[in-house]
Design a protein around this ligand. Structure first.
Ligand SMILES: [Zn+2]
Length: 169
């Protein structure tokens, strides 16, 4: 979402944002990261619901960060559109499993999309914790830093600290 937002913050063409954000999703899926979408195959209804709630919580946190950074920016629509496009591939995977679990329906298109998505996805290994922290952490912080820079909020925390200090003295 943050990388999609970063793309949206630099582009004012919806098609360009769509293409770049979707491509970025597949590129970043190749790096080790925490994942919900691929964990929905053949799970119980309870696990399905819990995984859905966890990913919703993630999306809300991402949306809140982006909203806070860009709420008064004229690029708001592009930024949010970028974040949504970056989520789209996993949204389709979610839809695939939702239809399968709730209706027992196997969409051929979604199944092929799922295989295509898996093709680019990194392979989970039990000793990957370190690489997940590095992979997801570096993308998260560099995207966040970029967004801060885009909104001119790079000195937000130093300004806050200065305000706090002046209040104390
Ligand atoms: Zn994905």
């Amino acid at each position: 979402m943050l990388v999609g937002a970063a793309i949206g913050s630099k582009t004012k063409n919806y098609w360009a944002i769509f293409i770049l954000a979707v491509v970025s999703h597949f590129c970043l899926d190749a790096l080790p990261h925490w994942e919900y979408a691929s964990r929905l195959a053949g799970v119980s209804n309870y696990t399905f619901l819990m995984t859905t709630l966890k990913s919703l919580a993630d999306i809300i946190i991402g949306a809140a960060i982006i909203y806070w950074l860009f709420k008064s920016s004229n690029r708001f629509r592009f930024v949010f559109f970028g974040a949504l496009c970056a989520l789209l591939p996993d949204g389709l995977i979610f839809l695939h499993f939702l239809l399968q679990t709730a209706l027992g329906w196997n969409s051929t298109f979604l199944y092929h999309f799922y295989l295509f998505h898996n093709h680019f996805h990194f392979l989970e290994r039990p000793n990957f914790l370190f690489w997940k922290i590095i992979g997801e952490g570096s993308v998260f912080f560099s995207a966040l830093l970029f967004l801060f820079w885009q909104t001119g909020k790079t000195n937000y925390f130093s300004r806050r600290a200065a305000k706090f200090k002046s209040r104390l003295s």
